[in-house]
Design a protein around this ligand. Structure first.
Ligand SMILES: CC(C)(COP(=O)(O)OP(=O)(O)OC[C@H]1O[C@@H](n2cnc3c(N)ncnc32)[C@H](O)[C@@H]1OP(=O)(O)O)[C@@H](O)C(=O)NCCC(=O)NCCS
Length: 162
């Protein structure tokens, strides 16, 4: 049995440890972290999954960003513990958080990741949306939560409070 819940302040360092386990050392050197520094995450969309024993199995966080001046959500990091990968936890966290974002009235979500994985949730390449370098443009993906939400939205991705 897996239980999804909103991340609390008490979960923060446990989630950080899971990310350290799942990503290569130096993950915080990635350009996406420059967009997160000093900006609070979008708390209602940061979810954790715990198993019946209370062990942290997966986590997802979101940050606000701007794209050419328009508001957007940056999905990530998302990670599933290596012993729990391939069980659908990543899919469950993405689907649940995207639905929560839609219900909260957010218009658009973007991320930097593998299109072969995220396309199953409706994410597609965002032409003209520029992450800070070095980022492969093929990995810049987005999904609209309201019809046409990405139409005409392009330019540099910047910090939400920039
Ligand atoms: C990527 C990740 C979040 C996926 O979560 P998960 O719970 O393991 O995945 P799910 O159970 O939802 O989906 C499994 C399916 O996704 C596929 N998949 C997983 N990672 C993939 C990737 N990077 N590219 C393409 N397909 C991928 C699996 O092959 C499997 O395919 P199948 O359904 O045809 O069998 C997880 O594997 C993980 O934490 N990886 C390490 C950290 C990471 O890379 N995070 C994402 C950074 S963009």
């Amino acid at each position: 049995m897996i239980r999804l819940a909103q991340e609390t302040a008490e979960d923060w360092w446990e989630v950080e440890a899971l990310y350290d386990l799942c990503f290569a050392p130096g993950r915080e050197a990635l350009s996406s972290y420059r967009l997160r520094e000093g900006v609070p995450p979008v708390a209602p969309l940061c979810l954790i999954a715990r198993d019946a024993g209370g062990i942290l199995a997966a986590a997802i966080r979101y940050w606000p960003v701007q794209v050419g001046g328009a508001q957007a959500l940056l999905l990530g990091p998302i990670a599933v513990h290596p012993t729990r990968q391939g069980e659908g936890l990543g899919a469950a966290l993405i689907r649940e958080s995207v639905e929560r974002a839609r219900a909260l009235g957010f218009a658009r979500v973007m991320l930097v990741g593998d299109a072969p994985y995220y396309s199953r949730f409706g994410f597609a390449r965002l032409d003209g949306v520029e992450m800070p370098p070095p980022t492969n443009p093929d990995r810049v993906l987005g999904i609209e939560l309201t019809p046409g939400a990405w139409d005409g939205v392009a330019g540099e991705v910047t910090r939400a409070n920039a």
